[in-house]
Structures are given as C-alpha cells and as structure tokens.
Design a protein around this ligand. Sequence first.
Ligand SMILES: Cc1cc2nc3c(=O)[nH]c(=O)nc-3n(C[C@H](O)[C@H](O)[C@H](O)COP(=O)(O)O)c2cc1C
Length: 218
Amino acid sequence: MSYQDHRRDYTKGGLSRDDLHENPLVQFERWLKQAIEAGLADPTAMVVATNDESGYLWQRMVLLKNKDLVAEKSFVFFTNYSSAKAQAIDYSPRVSLHFPWNELDRQVIVGGVAEKISARETAEYFLSRPRESQLAAWASQQSRPISARTMLEQQLKAMKEKFAHGDVPVPDFWGGYRVVPDRIEFWQGGVNRLHDRFRYYREGDVGEPTWRIEQLQP
Ligand SMILES: Cc1cc2nc3c(=O)[nH]c(=O)nc-3n(C[C@H](O)[C@H](O)[C@H](O)COP(=O)(O)O)c2cc1C
C-alpha cells in the first residue's frame, strides 16, 4: 500500500511576527489554550526525546503537568526516576519536547535541559492523583521487561494490600522533571507548503531570560 497520495492542505491561517508574544511561554499558553478549546484528545501530551549513554535516541509521550507554566519558566512532567528516560536524562539532561497539534496545523518544539523538581513539589502532585494512579506508580518498574501481564497485576494487587490503610506514600523512585527551555519553535502550516516558523532563542540569565526571535524558512 502506498502512502504517497496521503496529504492535505494547511489552510488554518498564517502566523506572523506581530502575532507573537515576546515571552514564548506566554505564546505557548495561548496556543495550548486554543488546543484545549478545540477539543484535541490529548492537548497536553508531549513527546520527550532523549539521548542515552550508548548514543541511542528515543522518544515517548508524557503529559505536561505544570501548575503555572509561565511563572515556572519550564515544562514539567512526572515519571519513574528509574525508567529508561530517567537514566538517559541522568546521562544527558539535554532533551527535546514536541507538541503535535496536527488538528490545528501546528507544532511546538522545545529544546532545553531537564532537572528533577523538588520532593515537595512531587509530593504535592502525587497526593492530588487518583489512588489507582498512585498505586500503579508503585506497581510498575517502568521500562523493565516482564514475562507476562499477570505479573503486573500481581504487583498491583500486592501494593493494594500493602497500602490498604491510609494515604499511599510517594515512591522514592518516582517524581517530576522540569525542562528549562533555551529554544522554542512555533510552527503553523501554510498554504502551498509555505509554512510559518518562528524560533525563540534564550539569551541572558535563566532566571530573567530575554528571547530573540528568528523567522525560519519552512
Ligand atoms: C498520551 C500518553 C501520555 C503518557 N503520559 C506519561 C507520563 O506522564 N509519564 C510517564 O512516565 N509515561 C507516560 N506515558 C507512557 C510513556 O510514553 C512511556 O511509555 C513510559 O514513560 C516509559 O518510557 P521509557 O521506557 O522510555 O522511560 C504516556 C503515554 C501516552 C501515549
């Protein structure tokens, strides 16, 4: 089966320099709000690309979980600190994020450095999760092989019994990362493949960054 005829036109309108906020995190929130309002299935889903010790690149989706992205000046997600992605981040904290908002003819690509958030911030989020999700975090040794799904179900059952009474504590192998961006690109599909691309480059201090904006050829 050939996929060569699968294509569509991008007609949702262009993106110009005047549309852009000076702060890319404010600009990102504008677009994310529109993605949420448009009813996208997973508007906060982002692909995280990492580079591991053997030079192997890998990607996977996680969910954006900031409380206040503009104030935090970073992109936060939660995961298992022993997972393959966590080991890759330990080796090389430089990561890339990708938000594929195809229904809006848009994508946002972030380059930055990942660091663990504080145990207090992790606990605050973990305790807000449904109990089933808390138990699932305990039950999965994420990224490790299993011989059968029943093993996972047994592990979940064991955790349910272990934490039958009271709150489920935060696993010490689980928590958040923040990705502090130094590049953010906004891409809007255009008519006749003349797409609009603007990339922000961080300059100056991480705490008080200024951003230079460049327009790129599609
Ligand atoms: C829509 C979606 C959201 C996901 N959200 C998360 C998440 O927030 N955290 C997480 O650890 N895994 C999440 N996953 C699973 C990851 O994609 C991945 O399978 C898992 O984290 C293991 O990755 P690793 O072995 O490369 O570390 C999500 C998957 C999908 C498709």
